[in-house]
Design a protein around this ligand. Sequence first.
Ligand code: NDP
Length: 296
Amino acid sequence: MTATVIDGKAYAARLRAELATHVARLKEETGQTPGLAVVLVGEDPASQVYVRSKERQTVEAGMESFAHRLPADVRQEDLLDLVRQLNGDPKVHGILVQFPLPNGLDQQQVIETIDVAKDVDGFHIENVGRVVAGLPALVPCTPLGCLMLLKDHLGDLTGKEAVVLGRSSIVGKPVSQLLLNQSCTVTTAHSRTANLPEVIGRADIVVAAVGRPEMVKAEWLKPGCTVIDVGINRIPAEDGKTRLVGDVAPEAWEVAGAMTPVPGGVGPMTIACLLANTVTAFCRQNGREAPAELSI
Ligand code: NDP
């Protein structure tokens, strides 16, 4: 058996096309353009690539992109001042500060300074709490992307056994919470979990977010299960360069019923969901109902 490909790249392209349509309509009806401000501190090459991608895709969807680049030695207070200024800017509907921040800067304080209504990363404690309470929230982008792919592939998730491998605040925990909100029976596994293969073996849905190349073995999986591989790991390739692999071993394609590839699975969903959150934030700030297909 070869697993069906859950094509995140294609889904993300469809989502971006839908977003562009919504943005055009919102501009016409409100006379305003949804705007996303992205703040990049320092020169981290990977962060620079992400930020450029975010800016390009924001503009392609018809939205306004506001880029702010600050030096790595910026003072915490100056960074917070910029965030406060963006909070008060009516042209900015979403604010994203690219993490990780350079050493010496307090990430949590930055998160808590962002206006909850503009927190398109969904990291503010109030958005975290709203997700837990099952209230409308801005949901973290990668977890939102995982859930969109699962619902698109499986439909109703009620009653499914789900195992989330990883308990970080940006992926594992919110994915577990969102699956619980969808009435799955959820186990969150981590580095201290006993009998991991056995735990994973009972799952209809496995979400792997560990950051360990090909750690989840094919023989751990229940045949026919659905696998969302969030991991992005760079390993040496035969040609002396590097290549990207996920957290799930390639042999899993012979056991799972459906699986996301790496690259081309969850990765492209993250930016598409950031744009979706910006449109959702714009709608809510304007007292409008956000389009249902931009959330879960
Ligand atoms: P973290 O390092 O913050 O968390 C990793 C989690 O995996 C921790 O909860 C840790 O457990 C657990 N873990 C580590 N080793 C093991 C092990 N041997 N057995 C079981 N559990 C283990 O990573 P993130 O959540 O930030 O990211 C996870 C992966 O997802 C990375 O590859 C990252 O690059 C990728 N990612 C991809 C995104 C995308 O857009 N596709 C976005 C964000 C992340 P413990 O808590 O006990 O230490």
